[in-house]
Design a protein around this ligand. Sequence first.
Ligand SMILES: [Zn+2]
Ligand SMILES: [Zn+2]
Length: 258
Amino acid sequence: MASVPGYLVAVLVGLTTCQVGLYLTTVVLHRALSHRAITISRRPLWACRALIWLTTGIRPREWVAVHRKHHAFTDVEGDPHSPILYGFLAIQLGNVVYYKRAASDAETIRRYAKDLPPDRWDRVVFDHGFLGLGAGLGILFLVFWGSWQLALIAAGVHIVSYLLASSAINAIGHRFGKRPYAGNATNNQWLAWLVAGEGLHSNHHAAPTSARLSFEPSEIDPGWWVIALARRLGWVQVRHSDVRLTARASLAATGGTR
Ligand SMILES: [Zn+2]
Ligand SMILES: [Zn+2]
């Protein structure tokens, strides 16, 4: 490490932390909690909640409610973050503003996250997002042996790249790419590599409860690899195993309108 400049290490740590946040987002917030495509055992779930708190500061029930509303009103009035309604750049650069607006609406949370009432851990610790991000910054401070400068570079790279990458799922994922299924959602394999598989967004809208987002041999969903490993370790249960059939069945059942 002596020959590698400290700031470069800080950038790499920031990008790695961003990936950890994106994998937690897709596996826990999206596939497990929003769609119940997988069920995570109690202790690993608690660890994931703590890591989500440290890396994103997101309150899971708010993310879940906003996301379920997106599925209920995809690209029509009521969609919290549609690039079709609000424009590509507005969502790619300002998704967090649209997210915050929807997440602060008590009616949205009440209606779409009934199954995730806050527990004691939420009330005391996990609902305090800025405390989590502050604790995460403190851990980076320790990682960099007391250098605030390097800790702040890593945190800045993490936050900016996490926001841009997760915004791209909503912005690019409804605007540019292949549309093998009905609707505006698109598949972009290059994006899927960057965002833990979420770039296969047309597939996801066609079969929202599928734990795996890749349906064809040519498609790769790195988030599924993490789920497969966690299943082998006994940490998760998968609801659907034959995802390709599920996608076709879902498309047929909805007349291709999803
Ligand atoms: Zn979508
Ligand atoms: Zn979804």
